[in-house]
Ligand binder design. Structure first.
Ligand code: UGA
Length: 476
């Protein structure tokens, strides 16, 4: 099948590369000529596992890059819209890019095509796309609009695409549903997985051998996307609220999570408390879903609570850092993690960035390290008071405390003796619960995490008497 994917951001680029991997002929379109030029030359603009291999494998063969939207549309049977839908000040999604792309697609409709929303959009968007395309002269019988939401997580997007829990295809005509079914056939009939060595990424454990497709109406598909993200974010805010209660009573949220999550009706995933959710999806999608509900006469107060718990979580974490350090002004703080989660260079709505900004406002000196997001973070953080380093140990050297803000796996595998020896004071405030408190105590740390009791060093502290005194309240 000939496919165009409009928008070469996190979603569009992964989708384009993966469609090519499934054997389709794909054109990735963007109006940013410089970006297209870089993609043509072999550059990979985002940090995403397996994406470089996929691009290298299919570039100039099954996958080409272009700025010519109308030309690509004319040659394609399916056009996926994967452009940005940023939030407006009112919290709803700004669909102006979707609208202008839809109008441009209308001009290229010369035989039957399907236009598929891949960007996260509110319910009724498919109706709007159809309306504007008709207004721009696309013949009614030559196109259908579908919704095919993606459930990719940044950092594992390629694996999520090729080995999905489910594929949701929302279409309102049998013809349109059939084109979507054909596109995903290699995944749903399992033929892709039987290619053996020729699959780009090996199957995850317990992979059933074929992907499940759920065919719905377009409106249901649009709601499925928003409701999925809203539910996942609700789980996170729920466990953060539970973690806060655990802190008040001295319980351990990790034990509590095990107890809750082992109920198969609940499940143990997305129950990690921390500094709150961030990223380009949850914060924006929750507000957009709440907005859609309101517009349609329903006040979705649950989502308002999810959002406010999430915002409060960052403020609580800052208070934790203050508790650990007493005064903040002039303190040197090593910060590990700037991206909104591990495995990505994306800093959009990153709790880490907000927390760093607040620490800078309090007069702290920040020594930051992120394996992938240093450069992007530099663009949005003030230039004064912060230095970014090329390794965790460089950032930690000579700092008064270590603050962990992103769950990169390398941060969970630090050489604790080395950290202890290089920090001026053995204080670790862990916003991602990467370490076992008992282990941290044996390594000689004052360790603060989320929803678990703080621990004191199990052995003598050499340099931190002053801080211990502050923490225990025995200040002269
Ligand atoms: C999310 C969804 O997981 C994807 O299914 C969806 O396709 C995507 O949004 C989207 O709409 O495009 P993503 O934003 O890449 O994916 O990241 P997640 O792994 O879901 O994490 C989101 C945030 O929640 C991160 O800040 C993460 O650190 C946080 N989180 C996640 C927690 O605080 N606790 C958890 O247990 C899980």
């Amino acid at each position: 099948m000939r496919i165009s994917v409009v928008g070469s951001g996190y979603v569009g680029l992964v989708a384009a590369a993966c469609f090519a991997e499934l054997g389709h002929d794909v054109v990735s379109i963007d109006n940013d000529a410089e970006k297209i030029g870089r993609l043509q030359q072999g550059e990979v603009p985002i940090h995403e596992q397996h994406l470089p291999e996929l691009l290298a494998r299919h570039r100039n063969k099954k996958l080409t890059f272009s700025t010519d939207l109308a030309g690509a549309v004319r040659q394609s049977t399916a056009i996926f819209i994967a452009v940005g839908t940023p939030a407006t000040n009112e919290g709803d999604a700004d669909l102006s890019y979707v609208e202008s792309v839809s109008r441009a697609i209308a001009l290229g409709i010369n035989d039957y095509k399907i236009v598929v929303e891949k960007s996260t959009v509110p319910v009724f968007t498919s109706n709007w796309i159809r309306k504007v395309m008709l207004l721009d002269g696309a013949p009614a019988d030559l196109f259908d609009v579908a919704s095919n939401p993606e459930f990719l997580r940044e950092g594992t997007a390629v694996v999520d695409f090729l080995y999905p829990d489910r594929i949701v295809t929302g279409a309102d005509t049998a013809r349109c549903a059939d084109v979507l079914r054909q596109i995903y056939l290699p995944l749903t009939d399992g033929s892709y997985y039987r290619r053996g060595d020729r699959v780009a990424v090996p199957a995850p454990k317990n992979w059933p051998g074929a992907a499940r497709i759920i065919a719905t109406t377009t409106k249901s598909a649009e709601i499925i996307k928003h409701a999925s993200n809203a539910f996942l974010a609700t789980k996170i805010s729920f466990i953060n609220a539970v973690a806060n209660i655990c802190e008040s009573v001295g319980a351990d949220v990790k034990e509590v999570c095990e107890g809750i999550g082992s109920d198969s009706r609940i499940g143990n995933r997305f129950l990690s408390p921390g500094v709150g959710y961030g990223g380009s999806c949850f914060p924006k999608d929750l507000k957009a879903f709440r907005h859609v509900a309101r517009e349609n006469g329903y006040d979705f107060t649950l989502l308002s609570s999810v959002i406010s718990i999430n915002e409060e979580q960052r403020a609580r974490f800052l208070r934790k850092v203050r508790t650990a350090l007493w005064t903040l002004k002039g303190k040197k703080i090593a910060v590990l993690g700037l991206a909104f989660k591990g495995g990505t260079d994306d800093i959009r709505e990153s709790p880490a960035i907000e927390i760093v900004k607040s620490l800078l406002k309090e007069g702290c000196e920040i020594r930051a390290y992120d394996p992938a997001a240093n450069d992007r973070a530099r663009e949005v953080l003030p230039s004064q008071g912060i230095s970014c380093y090329e390794s965790a140990y460089d950032a930690i050297k000579g700092a008064d405390a270590l603050v962990i803000l992103t769950d990169w796996s390398e941060f969970a595998e630090l050489d604790l003796d080395r950290v202890r020896a290089t920090l001026t004071y053995p204080i670790v405030v862990d916003g991602r619960n990467l370490y076992d408190p008992a282990v941290m105590a044996t390594y000689g740390f004052l360790y603060y995490s989320v929803g678990r009791p703080d621990v004191q060093p199990a052995r003598r502290i050499e340099k931190s008497e002053k801080i211990t005194a502050a923490v225990t309240g025995k200040v002269e």
